[in-house]
Write a protein that binds this ligand. Sequence first.
Ligand code: RIB
Ligand code: CA
Length: 310
Amino acid sequence: MARPVIIDCDPGADDAIALFLAFAFPDQLNVLGITTVAGNVPLALTQTNARKICELTGQQTVPVFAGCSRSLLRPLITAEEVHGKTGLDGIDLPSLIMLLQTEHAVPFLIQRLLSSSEPITLATLGPLTNLAVALIQQPTIARQIQEVVVMGGAVTQGNITPSAEFNLYVDPHAAHVVLSAGLPLTLVTLDVTHQAIATPERMQAIAAINNIVSRAAIGLLKHYGEYDMKRYGTAGAFLHDPCVIAYLLRPELFTTQSTYVEVELTSELTLGRTVVDLWQSTPHPSNAKLVVTIDAEGFFQLLVQALSAY
Ligand code: RIB
Ligand code: CA
């Protein structure tokens, strides 16, 4: 029986590849809907990009909802503004025919969770604003959530500041609401996603597939990889968001440890930093499963298998 999942995202090149991965195994993941949020680029672009990705992958029946256009308390900061990283423009995606749902992402999240006969998994690939607003508006949704797998945070170095990861930096207050809601959380941080690098050999394996989706993936990884290679000196792009979907599909590719995580909300210097208690040095009980290792080769074999399915 396929696992019901709602994917919250801010496409975003790596979000796009995460969606390619999620749609490739319908017998394992039943994507009930896509909710979009401002993050990599403003909401108008993230919701358009999500709809284009659904069209490209033949998923026109998957409803796409636009959510929050800014963070709970802070003015919107997009990756595009900070890094000049664009959304998906310049990437050969279909023209838009898919309708955007009239309902806002937050009421959709609340209604879909409360009306479900079975718990639903949430995969969050961007700032946590939509989920935080849904939890504030209707806390009872928590009992309908199977698991929330979050791409966000860092045990060590940040990427948007020396101490903070982008998704949690954009909306640290939303991250605090989610981290303190008592949800079954699994956190995929930069410490893991920085091991998922689209090296030239892996790019060749993807290029050899040569179908419309794999060609879009190559275009995205080239476009996105230029930035990561220049900034980090890596051999290719980091595949942050696809790690969340891979965890849902093949959890055996990862290891986890129970931990307590908080997010910095006051210091300008470390705003959005995740403070991760790896060795029980605080009195707090665990509030998250931290993903600590990834089988990067196995992850890319899964990605090649997924892209070959189109
Ligand atoms: O820090 C990486 C995260 O920020 C990814 O989700 C990427 O898409 C951006 O949203
Ligand atoms: Ca993202």
